[in-house]
Ligand binder design. Structure first.
Ligand SMILES: [Zn+2]
Length: 280
């Protein structure tokens, strides 16, 4: 545990960049060698667009990093937040801290974006991807990156997260999202076993089904038990899934960066009401 804390207390920026690029490359190679869906699309065009949104996410995070630094210094200096109040041993701080950071910084902000209309308009961009793979992980409108950053700051405040916990959480969160969006074909039994602990590809793909109610399930990023705890967990045969978003299925919008960037600022489209609830 001391080693983990030591490393993440002084994690070099180069290592963080390496994790982003290295993670994407590893999952990209695996999903190409062992794909779940044989996706019929221009992989390079798709990758280029998603990397553009990954780049804007990095820019947003980088330009706001000073706020995260100020908050973590403040909570540490003032012994503020759950970790400081409960005086847990180090191992419990690592596990409990990571769980709470994931709950607030990923599950909660994701759930809120699905339930608050003006925030949903930003999150639509993430759901318009009709060819889900590891590059979809950070396909976020810059506005969504700001929401996520704000909730991460809230999490640091509530948890009382020191620098090492922030770096540990952000590293785990990054690899988790690249993993659970990937198109790799993990044997079903192994995926099911893992899904009791972490959000797996078979679990998160359901969230990218084009229509409700499935698109409102499986919000989790690192850990899967938040979905089980809050009643948003679902298991579906992935072969039956159709990726995308029913209100935005037109390639003219979903494959054009400028059209995607505009979505939050054009009139809202109601989710489509179907005669029968879909049961997959
Ligand atoms: Zn979502």
């Amino acid at each position: 545990m001391d080693l983990i804390v030591d490393y993440f207390s002084n994690m070099p920026t180069a290592h963080r960049s390496l994790l982003l690029v290295g993670g994407l490359t590893v999952f990209f190679l695996i999903e190409n060698a062992f794909p779940f869906f044989r996706l019929d699309y221009s992989k390079w065009k798709h990758t280029g667009m998603n990397l553009f949104f990954t780049f804007t996410t990095v820019i947003v995070n980088f330009s706001m990093a000073f706020m995260l630094v100020s908050v973590t210094i403040w909570v540490t200096d003032n012994s503020f937040g759950l970790i400081n109040w409960l005086s847990f041993p180090l191992w419990a701080q690592v596990i409990f801290g990571l769980m709470l950071m994931d709950l607030i910084g990923a599950y909660l902000v994701h759930w809120v974006q699905h339930n608050v209309k003006w925030m949903w308009k930003f999150h639509i961009i993430h759901h318009t991807d009709q060819h889900l793979d590891t590059t979809s992980a950070n396909r976020h409108h810059p506005g969504e990156s700001v929401f996520r950053f704000a909730f991460t700051i809230l999490a640091v405040f509530i948890v009382g997260a020191p620098v090492w916990l922030i770096f540990l959480y952000q590293s785990a969160s990054l690899v988790a999202t690249q993993f659970n969006h990937s198109n790799m074909n993990i044997p079903e039994a192994l995926d099911t076993f893992l899904s009791y602990f972490i959000a797996t590809p078979r679990m998160h793909r359901v969230h990218h089904h084009y229509r409700e109610p499935y698109s409102n399930t499986n919000y989790g990023n690192i850990f899967s038990f938040w979905d089980r705890l809050f009643g948003t967990f679902s298991r579906v045969d992935n072969e039956k899934l159709v990726y995308g978003l029913d209100t935005h299925m037109d390639a003219h919008e979903t494959e054009n960066i400028w059209e995607l960037l505009k979505i939050p600022f054009v009139p809202y489209r109601d989710r489509i009401e179907y005669e029968d609830e879909e049961k997959l």
